[in-house]
Design a binder for this molecule. Structure first.
Ligand SMILES: Nc1ncnc2c1ncn2[C@@H]1O[C@H](COP(=O)(O)OP(=O)(O)O)[C@@H](O)[C@H]1O
Ligand SMILES: [Mg+2]
Length: 319
């Protein structure tokens, strides 16, 4: 079988109306996803949204029911063998070979990828160094902490030097420290030029890590773009927090009279002022209060948290 050579400029991942059904259940519906080369890409969705299904299809472990998917220009069904060498897939649960030593384990997977024996020792050493486990070479896997086992899983998917990593919730179940260590390794891998897709059901976990993200809900793509854009897509009204020296109630009276104000709530002695237009800024709040002789102690924009954004963005789809 011969296929046209892959387009050298093809994105890392491109899906076209990717669909997957399980019986009567549609787990993925016409998903059009693009991941660019070099992205550290967050793939976000609640449990059951279809993250694992998508990643398994990209990893060639599951066939689509409709549509198609390409990795660096190679079709995951027609060019499955080629794709398998281009990707490193870390499933959400991977078998732990408790009674194996760390190096034995990696050497075994190196052999699976047909890395010559003479070269494997160096390769294993290199990936262990990358994930910060050089000191654990001779340890039994069962004796490693959960965070170390996850990093070993990462070492395993790096052994054949793939261009694209597909990581299914690699940070789940990790304590905060182990999670930070994992994130630092992923950033290092991005710097090395790898493209990384990391799934999570916790949006804020990926906020500072990823440059781009997609949000899926019930098998449908509901956002794809820069992490920053998620907020803009979700926030219709801006709000400011205000604290004054004196009566909050009097300040509220002043602010509700202004056309720029949509509403004012008093929460724990502070005022939350919601603006009527998305364009305005909080300058008028300061002007209004100061002109009335009120001393302003605090004025800052309400940063809606990413979790709140996530709830807002997914709301229409889940109800
Ligand atoms: N092998 C399967 N058989 C039947 N249903 C499945 C199978 N795998 C996944 N599903 C269903 O597909 C939907 C998406 O699942 P999944 O991709 O695992 O979501 P996520 O990883 O986002 O939690 C869920 O409703 C799940 O129950
Ligand atoms: Mg999953």
């Amino acid at each position: 079988m011969s296929h046209a050579p892959a387009d050298p400029a093809a994105p890392a991942v491109q899906t076209h109306d990717l669909t997957r059904t399980f019986g009567a259940m549609e787990a993925l519906t016409s998903l059009n996803l693009t991941v660019n080369r070099g992205d550290l890409f967050g793939f976000i969705g609640s449990n059951g949204a279809g993250k694992t299904t998508t990643l398994r299809i990209l990893a060639t472990f599951l066939t689509p029911s409709g549509g198609r998917a390409e990795i660096l220009g190679h079709d995951v069904v027609r060019d499955a063998d080629r794709v398998r060498h281009l990707i490193g897939y870390m499933p959400d649960f991977f078998g732990v070979y408790k009674d194996m030593e760390v190096t034995e384990y990696l050497d075994f997977f190196g052999a699976c990828y047909k890395i010559p024996a003479a070269q494997r020792e160096k390769t294993v050493g290199d990936v262990l160094e990358l994930v910060g486990l050089s000191e654990k070479k001779g340890s039994l896997i069962g004796a490693l902490s959960r965070g170390m086992q996850q990093r070993l899983g990462l070492a395993r998917v790096l052994i054949h030097d793939p261009a694209l990593l597909l990581l299914d919730e690699p940070a789940s179940g990790l304590d905060p420290r182990a999670r930070i260590e994992m994130m630092a390794i992923l950033q290092e891998l991005q710097r090395m030029g790898k493209t990384i897709i990391i799934s999570s059901h916790i949006l804020s976990e990926l906020q500072s890590l990823c440059n781009r993200c997609a949000i899926i809900e019930r098998g449908r793509l509901i956002y794809s773009g820069p992490i920053k854009g998620v907020k803009a897509a979700a926030s219709d009204a801006r709000a400011f927090w205000v604290r004054v020296d004196g009566s909050s109630e009097a300040a509220r009276e002043l602010l509700v009279q202004r056309p720029e104000t949509a509403g004012v709530e008093i929460v724990d002695g502070r005022l939350k002022v919601t603006l009527s237009g998305a364009e305005g800024d909080g300058g008028y709040i300061a002007d209004t209060l100061v002109r009335a002789g009120t001393r302003l102690l605090e004025l800052r924009e309400d940063e809606i948290g990413l979790e709140e954004v996530f709830l807002r963005v997914t709301k229409g789809e889940t109800q």
